[in-house]
Design a protein around this ligand. Structure first.
Ligand SMILES: [Zn+2]
Length: 116
């Protein structure tokens, strides 16, 4: 499957997030990462210099950060401060990216998004 176009806006929890693919390299807590979510400006930046699979999985990873931020973010920070959010986003990214990309699951997104 080839991407039709790179997204510029993604709606998460009924809020628009601007999405940009850049040649910028990102470092978070000393570790090279391929995308970032800025919760203050509602922006996801993706390192467009890495391969497409890493861009897509990193983009999905940041979407999980956005979902947490606008759903359980403050509660999560109180009950489980530290790296719990990052661990969740990593596991969710890995699992969902695998499920969605598996050619045996091509029916899955269509099934979930069906109107009836
Ligand atoms: Zn993260």
């Amino acid at each position: 499957m080839t991407a039709k176009r790179k997204p510029k806006i993604l709606w998460v929890c009924s809020r628009p997030i601007s999405v940009s693919f850049t040649d910028e390299e990102f470092v978070h807590e000393g570790e090279r990462v391929f995308a970032t979510f800025d919760r203050f400006s509602s922006q996801i930046l993706v390192d467009g210099s890495v391969d497409e699979a890493n861009q897509r999985s990193s983009f999905l990873h940041e979407v999980f950060h956005a979902i947490i931020h606008w759903t359980i973010g403050s509660d999560l920070a109180q009950v489980a401060p530290g790296k719990i959010e990052e661990l969740f986003c990593r596991s969710a990214e890995t699992a969902w990216f695998d499920v969605l990309r598996d050619p045996r699951n091509r029916w899955f997104a269509e099934y979930l998004l069906a109107d009836d």
